[in-house]
Design a protein around this ligand. Sequence first.
Ligand SMILES: Nc1ncnc2c1ncn2[C@@H]1O[C@H](COP(=O)(O)OP(=O)(O)O)[C@@H](O)[C@H]1O
Ligand SMILES: N[C@@H](CC(=O)OP(=O)(O)O)C(=O)O
Length: 427
Amino acid sequence: MQEPQQLQIFKFGGASVKDAAAIRNLSSIVRAHGQPGPLLVVVSAMGKTTNALEAIYQLAHTGQEYTPQLALLRDFHLGVATELGVSDEAAGTPALAELLEQLHDRLATLLPGDFDKQYDQVVSFGELLATRIVARALQAQWLDCRPLIRTDHTWREGRVDWATTERNLRATLPGQLQHGPIVTQGFLGGTAGGHTTTLGREGSDYTAAILAYCLGAASVTIWKDVAGLLNADPKFFADTVRYPEISYQETIEMAYYGASVIHPKTIKPLAVRGIPLLVKSFVDPTAEGTRIHDCRHGLLVPAFIRKTGQCLISFESKDLTFISEENLEVIFGALAQVRLKIHLMQNSAISFSVCTDFSAYRLEKLLSALREQFTIHYNTGLELYTIKNYDAASIQRLTDSRELLLEQRSRQTFQFVCRGGVNEFVK
Ligand SMILES: Nc1ncnc2c1ncn2[C@@H]1O[C@H](COP(=O)(O)OP(=O)(O)O)[C@@H](O)[C@H]1O
Ligand SMILES: N[C@@H](CC(=O)OP(=O)(O)O)C(=O)O
């Protein structure tokens, strides 16, 4: 087996393929920055297509009308392909029409129940369509990653079988890469039985890391609409600062706390094999960006991370007994069962509180499981703020005008939960 020397992996997310002009820009980046050696291009669904597919699926699964939304999605993809001169007619193959027909048939034959499994079979079409269009625009090879990236049956958050995936990729890709760049889907995997899985929302960054790890890539570059990894999301915070370089460890923590610029699972596979991750701007591709790698640096400026759509749930034992390890085991078990991830937790003598993402469906399942044993209160519409490497001024900047429902601090990290401010911009 031949090792693909100096393999470069580029990942383009939804914003960088949102329309024909964006895909033209992507093509010029690949021409100017993709080195002459092997290149693997990972692409997400175009713009907000995954959200649109989620909405269509929700309607279809509940027996409601969805054909106008499906027609919009179809026309959008066919329109972009035509504008780029890569329609089925121009390409001489009906790949887009076939995908759209498969999507149509899937939606028309949904079964009641099995929500998460069927979600994956439907929502995956966003990446399949986008990669067909981008591969044609780049005159590159198109690769279906689903038979190669093997996962278990955890629908909507497939867990990767690393050994099988590495074997599959190493048996297939090095040879194919010799024939030119390859375009493949982010976010998707497949089970041993041939069913499609997805890796969790915004999981295409993670796909790039899986491919890099398994193929021993020289680097991964994720092309974003920002100048690099910043100390806060510029959509919500004024005066953001770019980190020119930052360690895997700092980045993994920022992603874990909710810095949505990088999917939290992305860093570990890269760190394990020492593969640098470059975050660069597709708006200004020659700018430096951020290099995430094995480096040492002094204390960084405080980083601000905001997670919206949070829910604070507190459990009290009904008979005023203390919160014990036995109680906690039951609560943690139920949270894992309904797949609610804990972002922050705190306990007092008779009460235990957790902050999680709000999902009406999962919360209801949790309440049914624990209601008999505990008195449960919850608040929704909350935000969780994290300040990494905090100082007094940074705490003051965020907490001054807010009523804190819960707060916690360690040596480097300050976190608090408060009520959500609609589209609030932090100065
Ligand atoms: N610390 C941060 N640094 C830079 N961008 C951030 C940060 N936290 C959140 N973001 C947001 O992440 C966005 C880019 O990520 P995302 O939209 O997921 O990209 P894509 O869908 O193209 O992969 C930026 O537009 C920015 O609003
Ligand atoms: N399209 C998927 C996967 C993804 O990673 O997208 P993006 O790279 O645009 O965040 C989603 O929206 O969840």
